[in-house]
Design a protein around this ligand. Structure first.
Ligand code: GRF
Length: 207
């Protein structure tokens, strides 16, 4: 059994896709789920609690120092039985970089979704970066989080075409649909223990 923490800062559509899959039984063997936000106004908080009855906790923004924020975060994770040996932390539009110390504590148990085919177009506005570079294909990446932003072992990727008339908004929308599929698949692989990590690379155990 895995205990899941989903960390959000805003809209929460990836979180919603994950919660829907749990509800439908496509993601199973999950015991506790908690949604944590660093933004009290994140629309995703309402979705989690009202549509899914999931416990939500906000770590207020005035805890400006990263160390204090993370001490509080660790306490919340532990109070909700999300430990290294049974936990999975899913960053889903969580707009804050976690420190190397925190990442080490939950090594290879923190996933993130990024709206580009990493290692291309790291950081913010990845969809605009792709359009500006003139690439014809982009997509999304689910990866484990390590101490370097958007650089941890890649679990799954999905491609989408980029059209001549795409805007940042239209491309983001097309990628987002793939994000929802990809994140759910990656979580299922993790829970089924299909993920093997070697040399900063993920290999999938197909058996
Ligand atoms: C997604 O595009 C995700 O890839 C990026 O932030 C966005 C969050 O969207 N990290 P949502 O809050 O899941 O709807």
């Amino acid at each position: 059994m895995v205990n899941l923490a989903i960390l959000i800062s805003g809209r929460g559509s990836n979180m919603k896709a994950i919660l829907e899959s749990v509800k439908r039984g496509e993601i199973y063997d999950v015991e506790h789920i908690i949604v944590i936000s660093n933004n009290v106004d994140a629309p995703g908080l309402k979705i989690a609690s009202e549509e899914f009855g999931i416990k939500t906790i906000t770590i207020s923004k005035d805890i400006s120092k990263k160390a204090e924020f993370e001490i509080k975060l660790i306490k919340i994770l532990e109070n909700n039985k999300i430990y290294y040996n049974n936990g999975l932390i899913c960053l889903a539009g969580f707009m804050q970089i976690l420190s190397p110390g925190f990442v080490k504590l939950y090594e290879n148990r923190i996933m993130n979704i990024h709206p580009s085919l990493l290692p291309s177009f790291k950081g913010l506005h990845a969809q605009k970066q792709a359009i500006d570079a003139g690439v014809k294909v982009s997509g999304c990446t689910v990866h484990f989080v390590n101490s370097v932003m958007d650089s941890g072992p890649i679990i799954l990727q999905q491609c989408v075409p980029i059209y001549d008339n795409d805007t940042e908004a239209s491309l983001s929308e097309r990628i987002l649909l793939k994000e929802h599929e990809c994140y759910v698949k990656a979580i299922r692989l993790f829970i089924k223990r299909k993920i093997i990590i070697r040399d900063n690379k993920v290999f999938l155990n197909r058996r």
